[in-house]
Design a binder for this molecule. Structure first.
Ligand code: TGC
Ligand code: FAD
Length: 387
């Protein structure tokens, strides 16, 4: 039966390669991740054994060229991969976003040849894990105010400060850490066994439970000069990485929304009340139609954004519009799907509540909904309303 997951047949416009990769990742998620995700969500753990399998599939650093261990595919395919991963769980997509866009991208774009050769192949294979430290306890939306400082010393740098809410922080082999220096913000590759570096997992999360989030601390942590990213100075370094990850999120959340809509539609067809399937009630149909309309619009948005990104025409504010719109859309879809499932909608026997809770984090990270409003506002008015 027609289920509306691709209401406008956008997949007709995909190449054979795009269709094939979508199918491969979808099957992987359904066979290897779905059976374990609820357990990890309950225990607040990430399925570590899946990481090399993500690497084998080419899901880590999708656009990184083959000479550095990546599959060297298009941004459009990167988007499709993120969509299929987040159909499983935002935490699974987060893992791939951080590894690919926030760790491999800065090393590829701003790293030395030696840094690229050393880190990119094992990160692509999922043999090593990376994290990205920008946010601090007192500087989230305003990373330019960061207090973490790197001071030049003989042969390298002394790092002091802390980073907060860092995905994969306590399981990472290498952290891309952004710190203030006398010469502006710079990026450093901090290795897990460096003296003066520690990472502590954050407990008590009600969202993104199947994803590890940590606080990083640096106390006179010595970082050798060869671990500084030589290719960028200033806040545009970390912000340029965010453009990559936000792009993946804009695609990814369409997957979370599709999963919730699909579950609600199936439930509505089967659940009988007042001697009818609840899908027969006009109010339920209205909810489902709103969902399918919003998902379809969001899909068309990232479809065009993906083509723009692959032809070098996507700017940061285009990405902000898609991240802002699609995350809010996915959260609304999840909340509405939850009402269709009613009491069952609060149980992890169904996936909707997990997606709904996850999406609260996605609304906040990589630039809050409000920050993206102001980025777009600045672009169209020429006025900055941040400060
Ligand atoms: P502003 O003065 O506007 O800009 C400073 C410099 O940066 C340049 N720039 C950008 N460059 C590339 N891409 C962008 N998107 C850029 N936005 C700005 C700008 O041109 C300037 O360059 P230059 O060379 O002239 O110096 O900076 P501001 O301090 O006013 O801040 C602007 C603002 C608020 C938009 C920015 O700071 C921001 O985006 N804040 C949100 C912070 C954020 O998104 N943090 C995310 C942390 S990472 C994360 O959440 C990972 S979640 C991972 C997961 O699990 O998936
Ligand atoms: P704040 O900046 O304190 O904002 C509080 C509120 O004020 C928000 O509603 C915000 O929109 C609003 N606000 C702030 N400034 C303005 C303004 N100028 N105008 C209007 N409203 C404003 N960070 C990393 O560096 N690496 C990671 O891997 C990472 N992973 C994360 C994983 C999770 C699960 C979560 C929840 C967060 C993660 N983050 C990470 C941090 C995330 O990027 C920040 O939480 C986010 O940027 C917002 O910062 P904040 O929480 O300090 O909120």
């Amino acid at each position: 039966m027609f289920n509306g997951l691709d209401f406008y047949n956008l997949s007709d416009l995909f190449s054979e390669e795009e269709k094939m990769i979508t199918q491969t990742v979808r099957q992987f998620v359904s066979e290897q991740f779905m059976p374990v995700v609820a357990g990890h969500h309950r225990s607040g753990t990430f399925p570590m054994d899946i990481i090399p399998r993500l690497g084998d599939m080419g899901a880590l650093g999708v656009t990184i060229p083959e000479e550095y261990g990546g599959p060297g595919l298009s941004y459009f395919i990167y988007g499709l991969v993120m969509r299929e991963l987040e159909r499983g769980d935002s935490g699974l997509r987060s893992f791939a976003s951080v590894q690919g866009s926030l760790v491999m991208f800065p090393i590829y774009r701003y790293g030395s040849e030696e840094q690229k050769r050393r880190w990119l192949p094992p990160l692509a294979a999922g043999e090593k894990i990376g994290c990205f430290g920008l946010t601090e306890p007192d500087f989230g939306s305003n990373p330019g105010g960061m207090l973490t400082r790197a001071k030049k010393t003989a042969g390298g740098w002394l790092l002091n400060g802390s980073k907060m809410w860092i995905t994969n922080g306590s399981i990472a082999d290498v952290a891309v850490v952004w710190a203030q220096t006398d010469d502006g913000v710079q990026g450093f590759l901090v290795e897990k066994d460096f003296t003066g570096f520690s990472a502590k997992a954050i407990e008590g999360k009600f969202s993104l439970r199947a994803s590890i989030t940590a606080e990083l601390s640096f106390s006179d942590c010595f970082v050798p000069e060869e671990n500084r990213l030589p290719g960028v100075k200033g806040l545009r370094g970390p912000l340029s990485c965010l453009n990559e990850a936000r792009y993946g999120i804009a695609w990814g959340v369409t997957g979370a929304a599709m999963a919730c809509y699909d579950e609600a539609l199936n439930y509505a067809r089967e659940r009988i009340q007042f001697d009818k399937p609840i899908a027969a009630f006009q109010l339920t149909q209205h909810k489902l139609v709103e969902m399918v309309s919003e998902i379809t619009k969001a899909q068309t948005l990232v479809y065009q954004l993906g083509r723009m990104k692959d032809t070098g025409r996507a700017q940061h504010f285009h990405v902000s519009l898609a991240k802002r719109n699609n995350v809010a859309m996915a959260l609304e879809v999840a909340r509405s799907a939850r009402t269709i499932l009613a009491a069952n909608g609060i149980s992890d026997e169904y996936q909707t509540i997990r997606h709904m809770l996850n999406l609260e984090s996605v609304l906040t990270y990589e630039g809050t909904h409000e920050i993206h409003t102001l980025i777009i506002g600045q672009e169209i008015t020429g006025e900055s309303a941040f400060k």
